[in-house]
Design a protein around this ligand. Sequence first.
Ligand code: PEP
Length: 249
Amino acid sequence: MRQQIVAGNWKMNGTIPETENLIKQLLAGDSKNERATVLVCPPFISLQAAAKALEGSHIKLGGQDMSEHEKGAYTGEISASMLLTVGASHVILGHSERRQYHAESDDLVNRKAKAALAAGLTPIICVGESLEQREAGQTEDVVGRQMRGCLNGLGPDDLKKIVVAYEPVWAIGTGKTATPEQAQEVHAFIRDLVKDIDTSAGEDLPILYGGSVKPNNAKELMAQPDIDGSLVGGASLKADDFIAIINAC
Ligand code: PEP
């Protein structure tokens, strides 16, 4: 059985007290699911307070991005080891908002993934097509190119330590969700692509779906054979909604 993961991407939302409060609500609620790893990714500034609030709990902590470099003169950047020291186990890489607003390329995501793996962090590598690309029938070309670029040079041992998130750009924060069938089709394509590199790494690869996941669509999406959980944006900011999605897994 593949690892199931439900991860909350809190993006640039919440002050430190708001982060602490949201964690308090998650821990007071029914946020434990024996079948799934639960992860929250608050803004960098809140990570330390979040780690303290999560101490001894079942909820893991992740960063929303990191530098490809170990340390040095990179103003505004955060390194993998900084994330590790604050208690993070995962890091989201190549989110479409990083690609769109910060011009992140597959090459850069690839270098970041290598840096995360070298430090012992689990990268959650995001891929996904735009609406124009989907409508032009280019979904597999685009996702295939992103996957090959982001995974370039990773061997079977590395591939066993990564997580992939399929997030169609047209479904992120728009209220439009891929149908379970549309999502399943791309997830199966991603799995096959990794299986072509290493069969068992592909079989075991957790592939999360992200894009307007809500309590009312989570169950159907996560019931698909190649969907192993979800990366949740907006709905992860409301404790009740996030808990409902965790329990749908
Ligand atoms: C995301 O940003 O990763 C995401 C999936 O956002 P939302 O759930 O709000 O569409």
